[in-house]
Structure formats: structure tokens, C-alpha cells
Design a binder for this molecule. Structure first.
Ligand SMILES: NC(=O)c1ccc[n+]([C@@H]2O[C@H](COP(=O)([O-])OP(=O)(O)OC[C@H]3O[C@@H](n4cnc5c(N)ncnc54)[C@H](OP(=O)(O)O)[C@@H]3O)[C@@H](O)[C@H]2O)c1
Length: 360
């Protein structure tokens, strides 16, 4: 099979390193370009990241000798040398919007981890098991941008990657009306490790800027419909969220309460979770988990440290489903924030786009 040539924009950062590590082992993708800020440009990748390599695996051989390019200055050169890029940069939103559009206009598709384009109406925001059909909006986006190949596709925020998959197979059949969510989010979500975030040790911080709004609103775009060349967001369910930073390295947990128009039984909910399989599973995409939702019967599971890596960090763990006195039911769920919630989710989206011909 043809290998797709891939670049990573923001390759020196926490998510960028995860992209580099995943691409190095990927059966369809070949790492050709790494780019970051002007501070890193011109350095060998290994030299640019050696003092801040956060992954457990060593720096992949295919990346070590690549010369880091300037993400902003070398667009034409990078676009000419790859089939598409992943993007994970820490810049102002307007700058990211402009940068990603510049790559798309240079006929280089962008699969982005950043939030800058999540609310652009003709940019699909996709969790491949939930709304794969939203990628069809790309034809309208290409018309707006005046491109033949170039486009932007994004993944949604890491906080919701556990509870939206759990709510999705129940939503339409049982009429999900509302959900209340409290998240317990790992420090890698802030681009940190314990050495660089000592104030989190023995602590919980009850605020993550912008996270509660994303947790409440982004599910409605995921559950939206493609109409007249744009994604129209769903009007319901109503979601309210509180997001906390906790002293875990990786893994975002959520405590969820939910109510329905037609209240299902506990057995019906567990059955829908067990049988939930989406387009990535049907197509056999390389990063797709075999079983998307893993339900634990033990009272003390899922646990962040024990369960975040299930199915290479791409599956969702759920447990403690039980009746609630104010909502119909409550449960706990967990997903790996830099794998399913960031780079892994974007790699799965890129695989879907390749399988559907958007990267050819
Ligand atoms: N960490 C997570 O779990 C997570 C999850 C979901 C989404 N995100 C989002 O993903 C993005 C990256 O997060 P991160 O945690 O990987 O951040 P990070 O570790 O701070 O890395 C930031 C990257 O952006 C590059 N960069 C900074 N300024 C730049 C500029 N002016 N031009 C080009 N590149 C520039 C940096 O290059 P230098 O090394 O040269 O400075 C580095 O490669 C952010 O938007 C974040 O909100 C993160």
C-alpha cells in the first residue's frame, strides 16, 4: 500500500512529540517534515527536543536527523514535500487560524489538534466513531478556500473524549435530555509533567481556562447535522460541566449524571455500550480500538493509572453505572488525553480521511 508522506507542525511540543512517536510506528504514514517556532528552526530534531523529550519511548530514529523547519516561514517547502500535516501549536487563536489556512491554501490538508478552527462552520470536527459523515463538509470548505486538495479537519477537545462516546449510543434511542459532568484532568493536558508543574503535587486545581465551555458546547457540534455546506449544531441535550486539574500524569476521568425521555434499564445501557462499533471498526483503521467502550463491573474501576492505556490509549473505559436520586443514572468514564484525546484521535481522523480518499 502507498505510504502517505506526513509533516508535524508543532513537532517539538507535548502533543507534537506524541504525533512523531505514533507516525514512526504507523503502517500507512511516513514522517517527512517537522516544524516548530523560529526558536527551534534549523536544529536537528533530536537536538531541539533532547532536553524536553516527554515520551516514554525514545526519540524515533526516523525523526532524529530531520531538520526542524519554521512552521510560519517554510510553508511552501513543507507543503510540497508532504501529503498532509498534523498541527499542534501553542500560539494565539487568530495566528493558528491563519497558519492552518495558509497550509490548506498551499494544497496541504491539515489535521489539527488545536481549537482555533473548531467553530468554523465548514470545518469538520470529528470523533471518527461518532460523526464520520461530517467530513463531507470538506467539499464546501474547499470551494470557500479555492483549493483542490487543501482543507482543515479538527478533532474535539480532550475533556469530552470519555463521556461523549458513552452518551452517544444512548442519545437518540432513549432521548438523552441532559447531562452533568465533572472532569478530573491530567497535567499532560496542560503540556506539563510533574517536574514542570510542582504546584499540582498533593493538590487539585478547580479551574482550567476555557475547558468548561468546550466541554459543554463541543458535543453539540459533534451531534450536529450537515446542512447547506455547513455543520449546524444540535439544540440538545443540555450539558453542564466543571473541569478540575488533578495530580495525574495522563488520563482524563469524568463523573457523569444523565437523564432521558424514555429511561432505559441498566442492562439496556450496558448492552448499547458493549455493542457500540463505528466506521473506524468497520473499516479496520489501524488506530481503531477493537472494542471502543470497555465496561468494568468492579466498584473501583476505571482508574486513571490502571486503565488509561487500554487498546493503546484509544478505547474509553466506563464503570460504576448506577441509579441516581436527581438524574436517571450516574457513571464514571476515562480516556487517555494525549492519545485518544489528542494525537491518537487526530491520527485516527487522518486514517479515516485517507480511507475515504480525501488525502489523495
Ligand atoms: N497536551 C494535550 O493533552 C492537549 C490536548 C488537546 C489539545 N492540545 C492543544 O494542542 C496544542 C499544542 O499543545 P502542547 O501541549 O503540545 O503545547 P506545547 O508542548 O507547549 O508545544 C507547543 C508547540 O508549538 C510550537 N510553537 C510555539 N509558538 C510557535 C510559533 N510562533 N510558530 C510555530 N510553532 C510554534 C512550539 O515550538 P517550540 O518548541 O519551537 O517553541 C511547540 O512545538 C495547543 O493548542 C493545546 O491547547 C493539547
Amino acid at each position: 500500500m502507498k505510504k502517505y508522506k506526513v509533516g508535524v507542525i508543532g513537532a517539538t511540543g507535548m502533543v507534537g512529540q506524541r504525533f512523531v512517536t505514533l507516525i514512526a510506528e504507523h503502517p500507512w504514514f511516513e514522517l517527512k517534515e517537522v516544524a516548530a517556532s523560529k526558536r527551534s528552526a534549523g536544529k536537528r530534531y533530536e537536538d531541539a527536543v533532547s532536553a524536553r523529550w516527554f515520551m516514554q519511548k525514545p526519540i524515533p530514529d526516523c525523526a532524529k536527523d530531520l531538520i526542524v523547519k519554521s512552521a510560519e516561514d517554510d510553508i511552501a517547502e513543507i507543503a510540497a514535500n508532504v501529503d498532509f500535516v498534523f498541527s499542534a501549536v501553542d500560539m494565539k487563536k487568530e495566528e493558528i487560524r491563519a497558519l492552518e489556512e495558509a497550509y490548506a491554501k498551499a494544497e496541504c490538508p491539515v489535521v489539527s489538534n488545536n481549537s482555533a478552527h473548531r467553530w468554523t462552520e465548514d470545518v469538520p470536527m470529528v470523533v471518527p466513531e461518532i460523526n464520520p459523515e461530517h467530513i463531507e463538509v470538506i467539499s464546501s470548505q474547499r470551494k470557500r478556500l479555492g483549493t483542490k486538495r487543501g482543507f482543515i479537519a479538527v478533532k474535539s477537545n480532550c475533556s469530552l473524549q470519555s463521556y461523549v462516546p458513552a452518551l452517544h449510543p444512548l442519545k437518540d434511542e432513549f432521548g438523552l435530555t441532559k447531562a452533568l459532568v465533572c472532569t478530573y484532568q491530567a497535567i499532560s493536558g496542560a503540556g506539563k509533567v510533574f517536574d514542570t508543574f510542582p504546584e499540582i503535587i498533593d493538590n487539585v486545581i478547580p479551574y482550567i481556562g476555557g475547558e468548561e465551555e468546550k466541554s459543554e458546547q463541543e458535543p453539540l457540534k459533534l451531534w450536529g447535522k450537515l446542512e447547506n455546506g455547513k455543520i449546524v449544531t444540535a439544540a440538545s441535550p443540555s450539558i453542564t460541566a466543571q473541569c478540575f486539574r488533578v495530580a495525574a500524569s495522563d488520563g482524563h476521568m469524568a463523573a457523569v449524571f444523565m437523564s432521558f425521555e424514555k429511561k432505559p434499564t441498566i442492562e439496556e445501557i450496558k448492552e448499547r455500550w458493549a455493542s457500540f462499533s463505528g466506521v473506524p471498526q468497520k473499516l479496520g483503521l489501524p488506530s481503531a480500538p477493537k472494542q471502543f467502550i470497555h465496561y468494568f463491573e468492579e466498584d473501583n474501576r476505571p482508574q486513571t493509572k490502571l486503565d488509561r492505556n487500554i487498546e493503546n490509549g484509544m478505547a474509553v473505559s466506563v464503570g460504576r453505572l448506577r441509579p441516581d436520586s436527581q438524574y436517571d443514572y450516574k457513571f464514571v468514564c476515562l480516556s487517555h488525553n494525549t492519545l485518544r484525546g489528542a494525537a491518537g484521535g487526530a491520527v485516527l481522523l487522518a486514517e479515516l480521511l485517507c480511507a475515504k480518499g480525501y488525502m489523495d
